[in-house]
Ligand binder design. Sequence first.
Ligand code: S3P
Length: 177
Amino acid sequence: MNAAMRDKNIVLIGFMGVGKTTIGQLLSKKLGRDFIDIDQQIEKDFQMTIPEMFQQKGEAFFRQTEKEYIFQMCEHTMGSIVSLGGGAFQQEDIRKKCLEQCFVIFLDLTWENWKQRMDLLIENRPVLHNRSIEEMKQLFNERKSIYAFHNLKVETDNRSAEETADYIVEMLGLGRS
Ligand code: S3P
């Protein structure tokens, strides 16, 4: 592994519920790197859940906060595994910063597979509230264009979280060294 890659943060992007946090935690263990979940950090610092933040402070406040946290991470952290919220890459500033400074991995899955986990996700995902299935499908497809900005794309459909993490380690040629 070259020195530049060792120092880079590895950032996971992808649609809500694809497994960014679970896969990120596995990668962290396998690679011996720290794990940062931006949404969990925000929840901890503000002592409120993301749905509570959307409700009490509004989505614009959340988006500004997630941008500040991601920029902080880019500036002050090295060599960590970082899971971003699924909407973070909507903001061009975030995309640019992450692509300049980090290694960005897009975790992809098909609509058919996502649909099967949908019921487990909705309650804690305010952007899915009050959307019909057709509207969710539209959002899912729209989001593909923002995730198109990445360094590596990994299909998760036929892989468990463990297999996905192993595949990423293999693809990157990263190991403890
Ligand atoms: C969001 C995704 C969520 C969270 C927030 C908004 C989105 O993160 O940041 O509810 O707009 O896609 P996960 O992708 O971890 O669910």
